[in-house]
Each structure stands twice: as C-alpha cells, then as structure tokens.
Design a protein around this ligand. Structure first.
Ligand SMILES: CC(C)(COP(=O)([O-])OP(=O)([O-])OC[C@H]1O[C@@H](n2cnc3c(N)ncnc32)[C@H](O)[C@@H]1OP(=O)([O-])[O-])[C@@H](O)C(=O)NCCC(=O)NCCSC(=O)C[C@@](C)(O)CC(=O)[O-]
Ligand SMILES: NC(=O)C1=CN([C@@H]2O[C@H](COP(=O)(O)OP(=O)(O)OC[C@H]3O[C@@H](n4cnc5c(N)ncnc54)[C@H](O)[C@@H]3O)[C@@H](O)[C@H]2O)C=CC1
Length: 439
C-alpha cells in the first residue's frame, strides 16, 4: 500500500512520476515510459495542457473524429466528435447522410434560462422573511451590478430572484431561487459569483433589518451554487419525411419500418430499463460534440437525465410519430452550452472544432448538439429494428480486437476482407487470427 504523502501537489511533474513509480509500480520503467510517451514534444503546448487541471502527469488521448453531411436548418456542417467508442461516429455519419437528402434536420432553441440557488436556514415566520425579501430584492440585484455589467451589455444578466420556502421538506430551509441569461457562456462562474454576492448581501441586510428579532436575524447560508438542472435551457430538433421515403428491407416495407421504429421509441417512453440505454445512445452523440467543443459533459449528462425524469419516471428524450403518412422523429433536451469561457478559447483542438462549425454562438451550438443526439439515436434504432446492433457495432469494433491481438498490417488486411462477408464476433476473430498464424 502506498504511504500517505503530504505536499504531493507541490512536487514537480517529474517528482510526482518518481513517487508513483516507487510506490505503485515497483520502479518498473514501463510505467514511467508510458506516461512520458504521451507528453507532447512541444513544451509550451504540454504546459498548457498540464495547467488545465491539477496533478497532471501525462495526457490521456481520445480520438478527435468528424462526421460530415449534417444538414441543419438548411446549412451543411461537419461535426467534430470526441469519443472512444467504435461505431458512434460511423452511425452519426450514416444518419446524417440519410437525412441530408430528405430535407435535413430542423432545430430550434426554445429557451436559454439558467438557474442558481442560495440555500439558507432561517428561524422565524415566513411572512416576515417575505417582507424582508421584498425590501431587499432591489439591493440584491444592485449588489451584483459590478459582476453583471458586461453580461448585461451582451443581453444577459440576472432575470429573477424568488424567495422559496422548503420548510415542508426540511425545517427552516429556504432558497433564493434565481434565474439568469448568460449569452454565449455556459455561465457557471458568472452565476456562482452572483449567487455568492447575493448570499453576502442577504446576510449584511439582515443584520440591519428592523423587523427581525435576534433569532430571525441569525440567517445561516448553507451554500450558493448554480443548478445543472436547466429545463428552461431547452432545444428541440427533428427530422421528418413521407413514410415511403424510409428504408425498405426485404422483410420490412417502409410502412412496417416506420411502425416498428415508432414502437421502439414508445417502449423507451414507458420502460425505464430501455429508456436508460436509449438515452445512453443519444448521449453517445451529444457527449462527443460536447467534449470536442470543450464543454462540461458532466453538467450536460446530469441535466439531460434529470430532464428525462421530469414527469416522475425516467423516460426517452426522443419521440416519434406517424401522422398522415409523415414520419417525424424529434428530441427535446436541455443543453447549457458555451462557446466562450471554460476551455473554449484555450484548447487548440477545441478552438479548431468551433472553427469547423463556423464559430457558432451558444444557441447554434445547442441546435447542432441536439441534432447529434437525434442522429445517433436514429442510427441506433435503425440497427436495432433491422439487423440488430451487433452487426454494425462489431464491424467497427473489429479493428480494436485486431489491435488487441497485435495483428500485423497483412493480417489486418486479410481479416477485414474475411469479415466483409462474415459476422464479426470476438471468438471468430480470435479463431481466424490463430488460423492465419498457423498457416
Ligand atoms: C456502424 C454502421 C454505421 C455501419 O453501417 P453500414 O450500413 O454497414 O455502413 P456502410 O459501410 O454501408 O456505410 C454507410 C455510411 O455509414 C457511415 N460509415 C460506415 N462505416 C464508417 C466508417 N468506418 N467510418 C466512418 N463512417 C462510416 C458513412 O457515412 C457511410 O457512408 P460513406 O462515408 O461511405 O459515404 C451502422 O451499422 C450503424 O449505424 N450502427 C449503429 C451503431 C451504434 O449505434 N453505435 C453506438 C454504440 S452501441 C451503443 O452504445 C448504444 C445503443 C445501441 O445501445 C443505444 C440503443 O440501444 O439505443
Ligand atoms: N456545476 C457546474 O456545472 C460547474 C461548472 N464549472 C465549470 O465552469 C466553466 C464554465 O463557466 P463559465 O462561467 O461559462 O466560463 P468562464 O467563467 O470561463 O467564462 C465565461 C465568461 O466569459 C465572459 N464572456 C465573454 N464573451 C462573452 C459572451 N459573448 N457571452 C457570455 N460571456 C462572455 C463573461 O465574463 C463570462 O462570465 C466550465 O469549465 C465548467 O466545467 C464550475 C463550477 C461548477
């Protein structure tokens, strides 16, 4: 077991690696070499990456891929996608290609409001607290004017502050429930700065408020933080076409295909076990664009799944219907994304990804990202209701299995040819590699 170490954060990168090698890897040089192999030869670039976070000892590569042929609101895009999972980028690309000759994707931002809360304890009557809140509401807003000044110039700022009693759930628990517009920023830092100032103002104003007794004056701030639940930062995307423009398979007419597709989505709407996997498939596309554009995928994931549960039961984020022989497939998802702030202007590949998208503003990025989720879900369901998921997924995963077995270029070439006409399974790949190596 490694010993406790104090001051690890203060060690140089080299000394951190030395400590790791000694205490976790038996001084095996392979561990040190692996970490160092992933350093960038450009020292300045490496320092930039080291400084993104803390205790950095190496870089962890993820593929930076692109999916072309996305027609969104009449404009053509090539989507940057950062994801490790095979078949996701192929699936997105296939869906984009399919829909671009059927009118493409429509997308629209419905709302962009974000939320933050000051959580506090107060011992006294709600009526008195309400009176106090009404008295200080303007002061609360002006107390953050030094923070909001520039945001207001961009059309953002504080939208509303509400006092909410939560005492039916926790004794003496109240909130300042605040809404914000943050223009092209995701807004976490802006919102948190405003909230922390609201909390300070709440306390200082309570100290001099005549209407409070000593006990009532004793407001305790528990915490001030933005919420990643953003049901009012919502985007919708959809595709639609005549039912007879949908794929036909030997065993499935386009009408049967459409009906089966809608049924598959209906199942995800009512069955949480299916809904979680269905939404995971959507997040394959969303997270890949979110990561490539330097956004916070944890925030997006948390918000999306909370939204999927908003009616008290976890459900699908996409919906499908057939009306008057028109098939429509749509997604509605909260996406608090930024095109400024965070890593967006720091990470060279993020900058390039945003450039590839034509330097979108936050609203446009919300639309593009929702489309990536819808496209991904379309491709997955298309496979699920026809060939099954394994055929396409394993076709793409073949290279990973070949690399696991250190296949040579010539082995790869022969096996890729073989698996063009044979279904890829892990065991058959192993059998075929062994066969080749015995020849
Ligand atoms: C995998 C495919 C696309 C094959 O599909 P296919 O029909 O065999 O592909 P194809 O070789 O005929 O090519 C058609 C197009 O697909 C794309 N494509 C095809 N191959 C590539 C490639 N190598 N690199 C880049 N793009 C590729 C590309 O757009 C290509 O057009 P082209 O470029 O030739 O003009 C298809 O089977 C598919 O869409 N499968 C679904 C895969 C999927 O959803 N993967 C996600 C991982 S599984 C999961 O995590 C989620 C899940 C499925 O559980 C969610 C759920 O249950 O809902
Ligand atoms: N719970 C959460 O989600 C939390 C997330 N974070 C992190 O916060 C970061 C995002 O915070 P942000 O405040 O968005 O980033 P930020 O503070 O890096 O940058 C946003 C700032 O950019 C400026 N700006 C310049 N041009 C702008 C424009 N056109 N529109 C809007 N603002 C403009 C504004 O001053 C704005 O406050 C992410 O890295 C995220 O991981 C931090 C704390 C909590």
């Amino acid at each position: 077991m490694a010993p406790v170490i104090s001051g690890f954060s203060k060690l140089s990168k080299e000394d951190k690696i030395k400590w790791l090698a000694e205490h976790h890897f038996n001084n095996d040089v392979t561990a040190t070499d692996t970490l160092i192999t992933y350093w960038n030869s450009d020292e300045q670039l490496q320092r930039l990456h080291d400084e993104f976070t803390e205790n950095t000892i190496s870089n962890y590569y993820l593929p930076f891929s692109v999916a072309p042929n996305f027609l969104i609101n009449g404009e053509r895009y090539t989507l940057p996608m950062t994801i490790e999972e095979s078949s996701v980028v192929a699936a997105a690309s296939k869906a984009a290609k399919f829909w671009q000759i059927r009118g493409g994707f429509s997308a629209q931002v419905i709302s962009t409001t974000k939320v933050g809360q000051v959580h506090f304890s107060y011992m006294g009557s709600f009526e008195k607290l309400n009176q106090f809140f009404d008295t200080i509401k303007n002061t609360l807003i002006t107390s953050v004017s030094h923070i909001t000044k520039n945001m207001e110039k961009r059309g953002g700022g504080v939208r509303e502050i509400e006092l909410r009693s939560k005492t039916s759930e926790i004794d003496n628990y109240y909130q300042l429930h605040c809404t914000f517009e943050t223009a092209d920023a995701m807004g976490a830092n802006f919102i948190n700065s405003c909230l922390e100032q609201f909390a300070k103002t709440l306390i200082s104003e309570s100290q001099t408020y005549d209407g409070f007794t000593e006990t009532e004056r004793n407001i305790e701030i528990i915490m001030s933080i933005l919420s990643n639940y953003v049901p009012e930062c919502l985007v919708k995307a959809s595709v639609s076409c005549a039912v007879n423009e949908l794929p036909t398979k030997p065993e499935l007419s386009s009408k049967q295909y459409a009906t089966k597709f809608v049924r598959a989505v209906n199942i995800a709407e009512i069955e949480p076990y299916r809904a979680v996997t269905h939404n995971k498939g959507i997040m394959n596309g969303i997270d890949a664009v979110v990561l490539a554009t330097g956004n916070d995928f944890r925030a997006i994931e948390a918000g999306a799944h909370a939204y999927a549960s908003r009616n008290g039961k976890y459900s699908s984020l996409t919906h499908a219907e057939i009306k008057n022989d028109i098939f429509t497939f749509s997604i509605e998802i909260p996406l608090a994304l930024g095109t400024v702030g965070g890593l967006t202007n720091l990470h060279p590949l993020v900058k390039l990804a945003l450039q590839l998208l034509g330097k979108p503003n936050a609203k446009k990025l919300m639309e593009i990202t929702a489309v990536a989720g819808l496209a991904q879900n379309f491709a997955a369901i298309n496979s699920l209701i026809t060939t099954g998921i394994q055929q396409g997924h394993m076709k793409m995963h073949l290279m990973n299995i070949l690399n696991q077995f250190k296949a040579t270029d010539s082995e790869k070439e022969q096996l890729i040819k073989y698996f063009k006409t044979n279904t890829v399974t892990h065991s058959d790949v192993v059998t075929q590699i062994e066969k080749l190596r015995q020849e």
